[in-house]
Design a protein around this ligand. Structure first.
Ligand code: PAN
Ligand code: ZN
Length: 218
């Protein structure tokens, strides 16, 4: 019994020493950002790349581009200190969206709704020139400018897609909840209500006219 008590006391002392050490030392954290270049360094940084062949269905099939299907359109790096799907956590990431076009349509991200409509997101651009397309579930779509320094708050109910309308990579940082989730399916099926096309060297917004379902009566 006495031995047990002594051991317990020893353990407590050790824990207190650890706490003391933590409180008086400035820790060097391993995760860092290169703000302007759009780079994340540290453990557990996740990465994904989207090539043209991964964007099937995003561009109208007839668009002839002369690009190979292995052309990189964008890449994303993100730090996930919380588990995907965990409530209360945050993710921090950066997207590099290259400059380019498929036919007369600019390079863009897939775009998605968050699976949970209560989960908003911040985007902020650090280089390049782009457009953020936002869409409500009703299909109402609008465009917001993305240039270095613009800070965009995306309501959790709005689908979001980024389009690079400049001649250099568009780099933007994002912060979103770890349980936001992704609904890509709705966009893959219905698209956005606007497309961003190049005409005479300028970006123009073109409404997408949906084909009405016509009942045939014999
Ligand atoms: C961003 C996007 C990123 C790539 O981190 O996921 O820009 O776009 P897509 O996911 O549409 O391909 C974000 O909005 N996260 O929620
Ligand atoms: Zn998002």
């Amino acid at each position: 019994m006495i031995n047990g008590a002594i051991q317990l006391h020893g353990k407590l002392e050790h824990t207190n020493l650890m706490k003391e050490k933590k409180q008086t030392a400035i820790e060097t954290l391993e995760t860092t950002v290169d703000w302007r270049l759009g780079n994340l360094r540290g453990p557990n940084i996740q990465r994904s790349r989207k090539l043209l062949k991964d964007l099937t269905g995003v561009y109208p099939q007839h668009a002839s581009s002369g690009l190979t299907s292995d052309t990189e359109v964008y890449s994303v790096q993100w730090w996930a200190p919380a588990e995907e799907g965990q409530e209360g956590g945050l993710f921090w990431g950066v997207t590099h969206l290259h400059a380019g076009r498929v036919g007369n349509e600019y390079f863009m991200t897939h775009g998605h709704f968050h699976a949970l409509p209560t989960r908003a997101e911040y985007y902020t651009a650090v280089s390049g020139r782009g457009i953020l397309l936002r869409m409500e579930r009703s299909g109402r779509t609008w465009a917001e400018e993305m240039t270095p320094g613009t800070l965009l708050y995306i309501d959790g109910r709005h689908a979001h897609r980024v389009v690079n309308v400049g001649n250099e990579p568009l780099v933007f940082w994002a912060c979103w909840p770890s349980d936001a989730g992704y609904d890509y399916g709705t966009i893959a099926r219905d698209g956005f209500g606007l497309r961003v096309l190049e005409r005479d060297g300028k970006a123009v917004l073109v409404p997408v006219v949906k084909e009405e379902h016509v009942e045939h009566i014999d």
